[in-house]
Design a protein around this ligand. Sequence first.
Ligand SMILES: [Zn+2]
Length: 137
Amino acid sequence: MPKQARLSGIKAFRCYTIEEAAEVSGVSPRTIRNWAAGGLRVMDGTRPSLIRGDDLRDFIKSARDSRKVKTRIDTFYCFRCRKERRAAEGLADCEVKANRATLTALCEVCETVVSKPVAVARIPEIARTLDVKITRL
Ligand SMILES: [Zn+2]
């Protein structure tokens, strides 16, 4: 989260569409979709997708906390568990674009998608403990 998201305008008991959630928290709709892929809870079976205000607030707060939690090179911060977690079954996907890479896996405890940016130079080190499937974009 490069840009600081705003918490102040988010009402806990309201539901927001992706666009409304983006507007109220001061980030792009794309960022909200990335958060949804990374553990932000989206209500089941609603079209368009709806996000509860309290889930959005919790996610942004956890994201702030996660920056204070130092994870090891082969572990992830899980937004749902709010803890450092290993990858389920030691499996991770790694998307490489130019000299930037994103490591994605499932939390070993709750199976939420967890991801983090990593330096391309560190991939061989990561591959010693994780079964990494590398995709070049
Ligand atoms: Zn988890």
